[in-house]
Write a protein that binds this ligand. Structure first.
Ligand code: ATP
Ligand code: MG
Length: 315
């Protein structure tokens, strides 16, 4: 079985119980929940039974311990997660506004997540992997860009494959050099997996068709576009497949894209045909939004298959 690796932030998320505007008065909260886009991604890969690891860093505190225990319990190899005794584990407080937008208070850059570096354990993880998944959120500092680009080169030189989810917040894009760094990662990806408009991040194309053609010209084998409640699409040189979302009651959209991406990448590595891979990934995204908490909606392959077959599942 192919080994999957990702690099990036491992955080806890603490959520406001009731919708409202920000954190300007005392409110009821629930959490901590294990979180961080790369962490959610790799946890979902593990739940599908694929061998996998994450290069990351947590603090020497309960938040870090909670994340390590959760990832390990779900089957992630945690040997390349360092502990920085000098910094706290990253965190995000989140509150939904009545219109569905979110307010955040982040502690990421100056948390242990900002100390990710290549040590002996992470070098071993890079050597052991067959596939590297890169998240745009994890390219938020020069140090992380350098680490990630180095890992991409090593994996590709050994015949491994790369997937890339730009997953980028607008304000990060304005950091000096970041857009160029993201583009150079995108150009090395075998699978490019943007959400909606992110397809146009590195392209001058006006239409989706032209933007997809441009990415395929760079050498990507496929482009997978996530469209939230409108489902998802798959494109390669021979075919274009679009499928609608599986209708569910949305409780918490955080993590849908990561669970979708993890499922698509795992299916692709297993040689599952694209149409089926897209359906399973779509099901994983739908099941993810039904649960409160970023990593609480991950699924096993059996659960995804049952959900697609009978249209319902108790979890
Ligand atoms: P995030 O970065 O917040 O995790 P994303 O923007 O990367 O999410 P989305 O497009 O929101 O990704 O969601 C990924 C996939 O999950 C969608 O393509 C769809 O298949 C599924 N999905 C998302 N939201 C819903 C929903 N409300 N109902 C059903 N399926 C959904
Ligand atoms: Mg996303």
């Amino acid at each position: 079985m192919k080994h999957v690796l990702t690099i990036g932030e491992i955080l806890v998320e603490i959520m406001a119980l009731d919708p409202g505007n920000g954190f300007l008065e005392p409110i009821s909260l629930v959490g901590p929940f294990a979180s961080g886009a790369p962490a959610i991604f790799i946890d979902q890969v593990a739940r599908l039974g694929q061998p996998c690891a994450i290069i990351g860093c947590v603090g020497n505190d309960d938040f870090g311990e909670l994340c390590l225990r959760r990832l390990e319990a779900d089957g992630v190899d945690i040997s390349a997660i360092a502990r920085d005794p000098a910094r706290p584990t990253g965190s995000a407080f989140v509150r939904y506004r009545p219109d569905g937008q979110r307010d955040f208070v982040f502690n990421i850059r100056h948390s242990a997540a900002g100390s990710i570096a290549i040590d002996t354990a992470s070098q071993a993880a890079i050597r052991a992997c067959d596939h590297l998944h890169v998240m745009g959120t994890s390219l938020s500092s020069e140090n992380l860009v350098e680490t990630t680009i180095g890992a991409i080169e090593t994996v590709r030189a050994r015949g491994g494959t790369i997937s890339f989810d730009p997953n980028i917040r607008g304000e990060l894009l304005e950091l000096p050099g970041l857009r160029q760094a993201l583009k150079s990662v995108a150009m090395q990806a075998d699978l490019f997996m943007p959400s909606g408009e992110e397809l146009f991040l590195f392209s001058r194309a006006d239409t989706e068709r032209d933007a997809v053609a441009e990415v395929l010209d760079w050498g990507a084998r496929a482009v997978v576009v996530k469209r939230g409640m409108d489902g998802a699409s798959y494109f390669d040189r021979e075919q274009a497949i679009s499928i609608p979302a599986v209708p569910v009651g949305e409780v918490d959209p955080t993590g849908a894209g990561d669970c979708f991406g993890a499922t698509f990448v795992t299916c692709w590595l297993r040689g599952i045909p694209p149409e089926r891979a897209l359906s399973l990934a779509n099901a994983a995204g739908a099941l993810a939004v039904r649960k409160k908490g970023p990593m609480e909606g991950v699924s096993t392959m059996g659960e995804l298959e049952t959900f697609l077959e009978v249209g319902q599942i108790e979890k």
